[in-house]
Design a protein around this ligand. Structure first.
Ligand code: OGA
Ligand code: MN
Length: 243
């Protein structure tokens, strides 16, 4: 007898048992939930190791697909409701909107209506912050993050995420929210490294992490809408080591 067990919509053969799909899904969820934290903490260790050795790390399929889809849906809803605003360049107090340099539209997560997906994302980022502090002793104290939507043709020219005289941003994080991204779609994050350029496709679930002070990077124009969450782990402003 063939029956759908609800696992990614694939039919599977459960044989003659009366094992219900509800029970099966409950067990499946328990297994994925109990395995998830280990996989995630292993991933955080790899990120910490990469940051020490080369100042950047890219991990694929890190966050659960369902969470990425929820965050992507929120970002697109904000965009279609015109709740995202053109991003500026330059330090606080001297911001300028120059679409030929930076063409994305953003909104701080703190400034969005609270959502379960947003809270889950912040919890995962807080776990990453704690893991980096444990491994690297870098005293990351807080996290700021915004949704970003690049319309087709928009990019962000070569830059560093840390402004001169403003040493608070330590580690940059980008989580991509774009399902079915194809090689010809463009929109790569280009890291400018000593050994040359390294491109990262903005595929759903990919996490790019790099040191804000040292990694020069840019966003290449895409030929479709490109959604992400971009964030920065910061040190405390009164950290005596920064004076
Ligand atoms: C940024 C940035 C990279 C990306 O917002 O500062 O560099 O791939 N984003 O979206
Ligand atoms: Mn940047």
């Amino acid at each position: 007898m063939r029956r759908s067990c609800g696992l990614a919509g694939r039919p599977c053969d459960l044989g003659p048992t009366t094992f219900s799909s509800v029970a099966f899904n409950a067990i499946f969820e328990f297994i994925t939930m109990s395995e998830f934290p280990t996989a995630l903490s292993d991933c955080f260790e790899r990120i910490a190791d990469d940051l020490v050795v080369r100042h950047w790390s890219v991990q694929e399929r890190v966050l659960p697909d369902a969470l990425i889809d929820q965050l992507g849906a929120i970002c697109h809803a904000l965009w279609h409701q015109e709740d995202l605003t053109p991003a500026a360049v330059g330090p606080a107090g001297e911001e300028l909107i120059i679409p030929s340099i930076r063409g994305d539209y953003t909104r701080w997560l703190d400034d969005c209506p609270p959502t379960e997906a947003g809270a889950r994302f912040l919890q995962i980022m807080d776990d990453l912050r704690a893991a980096l502090n444990r491994s690297l002793f870098i005293g990351l104290d807080s996290f700021e993050t915004h949704y970003a939507l690049y319309p087709p043709g928009a990019g962000y020219r070569k830059h560093l995420d840390r402004f001169k005289g403003s040493p608070l941003r330590q580690v940059s994080v980008v989580v991509y929210l774009n399902r079915a991204w194809l090689p010809g779609d463009g929109g790569e994050l280009r890291l400018h490294l000593e050994e040359g350029a390294h491109d990262v496709a903005p595929r759903a679930g990919t996490l790019a992490v790099f040191m804000s002070e040292s990694i020069v990077h840019e966003v290449l124009a895409a030929n479709r809408e490109r959604a992400s969450l971009v964030g920065w782990f910061r040190r405390r402003p009164d950290n005596p080591l920064l004076r």
